[in-house]
Design a protein around this ligand. Structure first.
Ligand code: ADP
Length: 502
């Protein structure tokens, strides 16, 4: 019997862990998902339990394989994609995490970042890592763990601890502790990795106070990452691809040519513009990042990161309880002609690109006696569109040519109203692919390249299929007027000075 070349993608996201079994055309055949509990120990702190992530990963892989009727021998390779920057430190002996994972959204290191900036490190960080100094990235989270868990710093210096982003932690566990590696995209989000030399950087490590002994090996996105322990999934399977979620989505959206751009709308929103073999430095606080590295050749991207997109809808559902499901937001947005002058700035954990203001907090503006739930919900969806326009404007200011279209994906783009409104606010066609699970598809594509299921990036481009294309319909004057209202709202939440210490 010939082996069916299935590809198994593990998509370890912020709010859930998924496994999707793809066939050799990269069409999903089976899927399993488990929600991930969010832990909020303090204002602006967000943690995950690494053991819960691990247990969910094994469970969803087994369920997806069972549902698709696939045994380990039917799977050509596994691809892993993950929430980026989220930081785990574990003991090399036994693999026990020393603390909960500190999630990318966590702001506990804002003060450390302020100090690094005040000490004049911003230029070096930007020049070498392509990033801005912000609690978002792993670097200051690692140091926090080493300084706040008893004995951790000494253990790290003695080579007894391992750091990894979630990809690295899962790979370690899947391979039974045999492989401590990450890939170039995940490494490029730590603030400790030099994106030009593609190596961990001693100057950055010293600035961040991170011992080298704790770091994983950095590999291409398509590589032999090791084989899973036979007992886990009913036989050893090669891990052939690994990438951070936004870079995996860039691959899943087949944005392989310079100038192509995708934006993913999940918990947060992340737009990546392919800049080819040039690492383009931004003057507008966008990030320069690794899009993917294959056969030792690095392709770069400029990235705009927004912390809250779908999370605002989650807050309306779970926090305020004004809607019972995320899709209900579409019905409510359509039920009114406009947001009635209401603007929501969802800066729950500060503002990301292009503002980078960790101390800003969210606000609702323009409330009147006739403001109802529909206007507030619509304002939450509109905020996603305005924030995307902020990013596109910053990219254009940086000299990027106006793209032909924006490719969108992620859980939120199931909302048809949102996709059309995005086209209207941007004044740009917006395209949605048939498979909106592009993050998982990207991981499967990477794994498939390693396993020889796909021969080239062209092979992958040929498999990208468009579901819809929304043309902008709003008049330019209206779009600009609405956007001016947003800019005014953002101005009002920004903090010029840090808040007083408690
Ligand atoms: P992540 O990978 O970050 O966990 P997903 O890509 O699964 O996120 O997207 C989930 C997010 O999308 C949630 O924040 C949810 O509130 C939002 N969402 C899902 N469906 C809709 C919808 N129809 N309209 C608006 N938001 C939605």
């Amino acid at each position: 019997m010939t082996r069916r070349p299935y590809l198994l993608a593990i998509d370890q996201g912020t709010t859930s862990t998924r496994a999707i079994l793809f066939d050799s055309e990269c069409s999903p055949q089976a899927a399993a998902q488990r929600e991930l509990p969010q832990i909020f120990p303090n204002d602006g702190w967000v943690e995950h339990d690494p053991e819960a992530i691990w247990a969910a990963t094994v469970e969803v892989c087994r369920r997806a394989m069972a549902e698709g009727g696939a045994s380990a021998a039917d799977i050509a390779a596994i691809g892993i994609t993950n929430q980026r920057e989220t930081t785990v430190v574990w003991e090399r002996a036994g693999g026990r995490p020393i603390h909960n994972a500190i999630v990318w959204q966590d702001r506990r290191t804002a003060e450390v970042c302020r100090r690094l900036t005040a000490d004049g490190h911003a230029e070096t960080v930007s020049r070498k890592s392509g990033l801005v100094i912000d609690p978002y990235f792993s670097g200051t989270k690692i140091a926090w763990l080493l300084d706040n868990v008893t004995g951790a710093r000494a253990a790290a210096e003695a080579g007894k601890l391992a750091f990894g982003t979630i990809d690295s932690f899962l790979l370690w566990r899947l391979t039974g502790g045999r492989v401590h590696a990450t890939d170039a995209t995940n490494a490029s989000r730590t603030m400790a990795f030099n994106i030009h030399t593609q190596e961990w950087d001693d100057e950055l490590l010293e600035m961040l106070r991170i011992p080298r002994a704790i770091l994983p090996e950095v590999m291409d996105n398509v590589a032999d990452f090791g084989t899973t322990e036979a007992g886990l999934l009913g036989g050893g399977i090669t891990v052939g691809g690994m990438a951070g979620d936004q870079q995996a989505a860039t691959v899943g959206q087949a944005c392989f040519a310079p100038g192509m751009i995708k934006s993913t709308y999940g918990t947060g929103c992340f737009a990546l513009l392919n800049t080819g073999d040039k690492a383009v430095a931004s003057h507008n606080k966008l990030l320069t990042t690794v899009a993917y590295r294959m056969a030792g050749k690095t392709t770069y991207a400029v990235e705009g990161s927004i912390f809250v997109a779908g999370a605002a809808i989650q807050w309306l559902r779970d926090g305020l309880k004004v809607i019972t499901s995320a899709p209900e937001s579409e019905k409510l947005a359509r039920s009114v002609a406009d947001a009635g002058g209401v603007y929501m700035v969802p800066a729950f954990t500060g503002l990301g690109a292009p503002y980078w203001d960790p101390d800003a907090r969210g606000a609702l503006f323009g409330l009147t006696r006739d403001t109802g739930i529909a206007q507030v919900v619509r304002a939450a969806l509109e905020a996603v569109c305005y924030q995307t326009r902020d990013l596109m404007r910053a990219m254009e200011d940086d000299g990027a040519a106006r793209p032909m279209a924006l490719r969108v994906d992620g859980g939120m783009v199931a909302n048809d109203w949102l996709v059309q409104h995005l086209a209207d606010i941007l004044g740009l066609p917006v395209e949605r692919p048939t498979v909106i699970e592009t993050t998982a598809a990207g991981a499967a594509f990477l794994a498939g390249l390693k396993a020889g299921v796909f021969a080239s990036l062209d092979d992958i481009s040929a498999r990208w299929k468009r579901d819809c294309r929304c043309e902008p319909k709003m008049e330019a004057a209206m779009r600009d007027r609405l956007y001016a209202g947003w800019q005014d709202a953002v101005r009002r939440v920004r903090c010029s000075a840090p808040p007083p210490q408690k």
